[in-house]
Design a protein around this ligand. Structure first.
Ligand SMILES: O=c1[nH]cnc2c1ncn2[C@@H]1O[C@H](CO)[C@@H](O)[C@H]1O
Ligand SMILES: [Zn+2]
Length: 364
């Protein structure tokens, strides 16, 4: 029997090549970086000890509420207002992901949040892109190869989505591969930004939408059927349309559509556990949806707030849901198939990096 059906060790998971579609730039800062910059600019933090600050973020985000969870971003956003700080945060993000074995990442940020000290939206975007390029180079010097692309978010509660979407189109050949809307879901349906999504479709631009995280099926339905989202950020509440009391499970019209059309679900188990969707990895719908062969992907969402990494998310799936090399390889290939880079580039990473490395590491 091939070893691909065995469970990898945590150390092997760390070395496996990973693809990440859903990670917020302002949700992944190094605690020490927040402290360094906060001291320079005079921003007050709950503590100036890196380990304590990491713990403060994690525990503050454990409330079971998305709205409270989002309040902690005030501190990360506060230290991302100067050009050099944005470049640093983006560079460190790329380096940290690469050290964790991530070979392809789409990292998202809402540029409108980092213009408080006078940067234009375009300057904010350029700083992010510059940081990612520097981080890729630094990762290379450490022996890690990573490609980091950028997604731009509009915040649901603001009125800037159209402007940000136009910038996503403008910068599409310079490292921006798509658009998203983020922020509080309840009370801000995706259809509020319908004009923007229609604009993006006319421009043949890619976008995903945070939907089905803190709000249920209507949000998912709007995101896909009214707005035309290619992927769903989280999408975890699709389970409201699945009856698991039958064997096999019975799918409703919307969940069938999502599965039949292979709509990628950017699932983020640790984040969902903190905002109250599930109480553990074992009870998170990810494993069940994977078994039903939805196109699920596994993601970090906010590494700082969840004290997590791709390796940790995957290792928990191994430990709590008995996931094997094969299960991990499937979500990795799912992610790459769903990436917003050109088709041949996705295939090339799957064929020349993911499959050979899985074959090699699983045979050790
Ligand atoms: O899980 C989430 N759901 C909705 N919005 C989020 C989530 N994580 C982060 N953000 C929001 O996205 C902004 C840009 O990165 C963050 O500032 C935060 O407000
Ligand atoms: Zn998110």
């Amino acid at each position: 029997m091939s070893n691909i059906t065995k469970k990898p060790t945590a150390e092997q998971v760390k070395r496996l090549p990973k693809a990440l579609l859903h990670d917020h730039l302002d949700g992944g800062l190094r605690p020490q970086t927040i402290i360094d910059i906060a001291k320079e600019i005079g921003h007050e933090l709950p503590t100036y000890d890196a380990a304590e600050l990491a713990e403060w973020f994690r525990s503050s985000c454990d409330s079971g509420s998305l709205v409270l969870y989002l309040e902690t971003f005030a501190h990360t956003v506060a230290v991302m207002q100067r050009r050099q700080d944005i470049v640093r945060v983006a560079r460190e993000c790329a380096v940290d992901l690469a050290r964790d074995g991530v070979v392809y990442a789409e990292v998202r940020m809402a540029p409108e949040l980092i213009t408080e000290k006078g940067l234009t939206l375009a300057q904010a975007i350029e700083a992010i892109l510059e940081g990612f390029r520097e981080g890729e180079a630094e990762a290379k010097s450490e022996g890690n190869t990573i490609r980091v692309m950028s997604l731009l978010c509009g915040m649901r509660q603001n009125q800037l989505s159209q402007v940000v979407a136009e910038l996503a189109v403008k910068y599409r050949d310079q490292g921006v591969v798509g658009f998203d809307i983020a922020g509080p879901e309840d009370g801000f349906p995706p259809s509020d930004q319908l004009d923007t999504f229609e604009y993006l479709r006319r421009e043949n631009a890619h976008f995903t939408i945070h939907a089905g995280e803190a709000y249920g099926l209507p949000s998912i339905w709007e995101a896909i059927q009214l707005c035309g989202a290619e992927r769903l950020g989280h999408g975890v509440r699709i389970t409201d349309d699945i009856d698991f009391n039958h064997t096999p499970a019975r799918l409703g019209r919307l969940s069938s559509y999502v599965r039949d059309r292979r709509v990628p679900l950017e699932m983020c188990p640790s984040s969902n556990i903190q905002t109250g969707v599930a109480d553990s990895f074992a009870h998170h719908p990810l494993a069940k949806l994977a078994k039903l062969r939805f196109r699920v992907t596994i993601n970090t969402d906010n590494r700082l707030m969840s004290a997590t990494s791709m390796s940790r998310e995957m290792t928990e799936m191994v430990n709590q849901c008995d996931w094997t090399f094969q299960d991990l390889q499937r979500v990795t290939i799912n992610a790459l198939k769903s990436a917003f880079i050109p088709f041949e580039e996705r295939l090339s990473i799957i064929e020349s990096v993911v499959k050979p490395q899985y074959a090699k590491i699983s045979e050790e």
